[in-house]
Design a protein around this ligand. Sequence first.
Ligand SMILES: C[S@@+](CC[C@H](N)C(=O)[O-])C[C@H]1O[C@@H](n2cnc3c(N)ncnc32)[C@H](O)[C@@H]1O
Length: 279
Amino acid sequence: MEKTEQTVAEWYANHPISAPHILTKLKANRGSLDDVAPVDLYPYDQDHYDGLEANARLANNVRMKPGDGILDVCSGLCGPARWYAAERGVDVTGVDISTNRVDGAKELNALVGLQDRIHPILASAMALPFDNAQFDGAVSQESFLHIPDKSKALAEVFRVLRPGARFSFTDWVMHTPLSDDELAQYRSQIACQSLFSIPEYESHLKETGFAMINAQDVTHVWGDILAKRLQMYQALDAEAERAGNPSKGDDFLKMYAKFVNDVQKRRVGGVRLTGEKPD
Ligand SMILES: C[S@@+](CC[C@H](N)C(=O)[O-])C[C@H]1O[C@@H](n2cnc3c(N)ncnc32)[C@H](O)[C@@H]1O
């Protein structure tokens, strides 16, 4: 693991979306952790924007069908992976750089009986521990912003996809250049390593060998979602701190508020991209 990736993993170690906090909330709301189904976790375990609808869009873009082997790059607590397995009938392999999240994912998968269908692995997106041409599709959500070398990760995803398979993912992008100070703030406070513009992302995908299927600017949709997410983080962080579970504190919340403002002003934003590995 590179040093920068270690910093990212440490940043996620006290993230308020954690397995201990999901279990605390689930138990408080249900009264027990008996007979938990994947659907019971959905309100708590999706660490990306636009919840289950975002999963459905990516699943449709990669044309997931029952029995497919899907790679989730930066799978976190495997919230999306559980949805793909339960709702689309696929088997999912997830890679993530955070030990807490890989261990938490295994615990949550076992809780809902999906431990044989979802395989969370501790690994870097820049060095995928798989043979060539293994997967029928790949997805990722709001994660490439953390990866020190996005081109390397794109090349790895391309390598492990079988010909004809697709990679569909969402990520943060930069619409107008941020100052060096702002970029340093993004790096130190939300572990964002670098941002491409949408045209840069398309060029990198094409250079990697992908045929572009679509590139959708989702900045306008994210503006509202992120304002609500900031409120969620404010409540969640305080709640997690009270419960003695991992929490982040004020600096993170202030930086997140700046990010939301930058999205609403269209300085930064989001994109959903889909590329296909040619036959
Ligand atoms: C915003 S979360 C998304 C988690 C999950 N995809 C979801 O939607 O619930 C980003 C995840 O990327 C992981 N990550 C960051 N850099 C990584 C890298 N270089 N390799 C693998 N995983 C990484 C983090 O540990 C974190 O779990």
